[in-house]
Design a protein around this ligand. Structure first.
Ligand SMILES: NC(=O)c1ccc[n+]([C@@H]2O[C@H](COP(=O)([O-])OP(=O)(O)OC[C@H]3O[C@@H](n4cnc5c(N)ncnc54)[C@H](O)[C@@H]3O)[C@@H](O)[C@H]2O)c1
Length: 325
């Protein structure tokens, strides 16, 4: 495990889990986050494990001073998670999306090059860079053409191309992890901004979950602790690769609803609130994860039904206000 790892976006949903995992592995971890959606509470478990509060840097990845700040902290590896992470928000405000996800990422790569870091590990998006899987394909491999259907997917695909370019131009090593739909608990106890968390929190609070579209859209759901393990592995392995991180299992949102309802004891067909499918969302997503096995020695440990059962138990254990919110 690399001794000094700087995690941009480390105070976010996924970031909290990655920082915790690295601290547990004995790394010296720094966090750089603007706290626009991240929280101090997401870092609390890592602080208990030794994350130093003066290694938590408040800053924006678009800041021109970023290279100086990164060089001053002197990381060996940079894990770049800071982003505008929402497909819907990217459709509403594509300029902001590109400023953070393209220009911000370019600034991080420039900073990493100047600070002579050994490697950058990037959070790309397997759920959006390939666009909707055509009927003839069971799963997207890393060779599947990028056909993003949202500004967010395009900005992640563009960032991936900048990674390759920086490797060629400056010798900056990288691994890009194209994540499926990440689910599991937020370390700060809040509701994750995804469909799994939405269903779990609504059903446990006795509310109707919101179903966007007809529910036949499919996703590759992967547990946040499995994703955090992939980031840890990529600090030392898989140089120069783009790797899908999912489960290889295609699950419709309706099937997910049944799984969550079963785990929450809410019957097989709970009543839902129907809303229109938001623009920019892919119809079919499923990721071939063979390459992550080869290059990282990684495979997911939690099946969706088990991860959901665990999440339901975790949310039940929260104070009532959080579960009902
Ligand atoms: N959650 C998923 O299902 C999923 C899927 C694919 C890819 N990803 C990617 O994983 C990464 C983490 O996503 P997440 O779900 O944890 O989202 P998140 O919003 O919880 O985390 C993003 C973090 O980045 C910080 N941030 C945002 N803009 C910033 C800026 N300009 N400067 C510095 N910090 C900034 C936020 O405060 C937050 O802590 C993102 O790059 C996202 O695109 C997530």
């Amino acid at each position: 495990m690399a001794p000094r790892v700087l995690v941009t976006g480390g105070a976010g949903y996924l970031g909290g889990h990655v920082v915790l995992r690295l601290c547990a592995a004995g790394a010296r971890v720094g966090v750089l986050d603007s706290f626009v959606t991240g929280t101090r509470a997401n870092l609390e478990p890592a602080i208990q494990l030794g994350l130093r509060t003066d290694d938590v840097l408040v800053g924006d990845i678009r800041d021109r001073q970023l290279p100086h700040r990164v060089a001053a902290w002197d990381p060996e590896v940079v894990i770049h998670l800071a982003a505008q992470p929402s497909v819907a928000a990217s459709v509403r405000d594509p300029l902001l999306d590109a400023e953070v996800n393209v220009l911000g990422t370019l600034n991080v790569l420039t900073a990493a090059t100047r600070a002579a870091v050994r490697k950058v590990v990037f959070a790309s998006s397997g759920g959006t860079v390939y666009g909707s899987l055509p009927p003839r394909l069971a799963r997207a491999t890393e060779q599947t053409a990028h056909r993003p259907e949202s500004p967010y997917g395009l900005s992640k695909a563009t960032a991936d191309r900048y990674l390759r370019l920086h490797e060629r131009l400056h010798g900056l090593r990288f691994t890009s992890l194209a994540l499926g739909n990440v689910y599991g608990p937020r370390l700060d106890g809040g509701r994750p901004a995804n469909v799994v968390g939405g269903f779990v929190f609504a059903l446990l609070a006795g509310h109707r979950p919101v179903l966007h579209g007809d529910g036949r859209q499919t996703r590759d759901f992967v547990h946040v602790t499995d994703v955090a393990r992939a980031f840890e592995s990529a600090c030392d392995r898989g140089d120069g690769t783009f790797l899908n991180i999912g489960t290889g299992v295609e699950t419709s949102v309706l099937r997910l609803l049944r799984i969550v309802a079963g785990a929450a004891g809410a019957g097989r067909e709970p009543p839902v609130e129907h809303r229109a499918a938001p623009p920019g969302e892919a119809r079919r997503v499923c990721l071939d994860i063979t390459a992550a096995g080869t290059h990282l020695g990684w495979r997911p440990r939690l099946r969706l039904a088990d991860g959901v059962a665990r999440l339901v138990a975790e949310v039940r254990g929260l104070p009532a206000a959080a579960a009902g919110g």
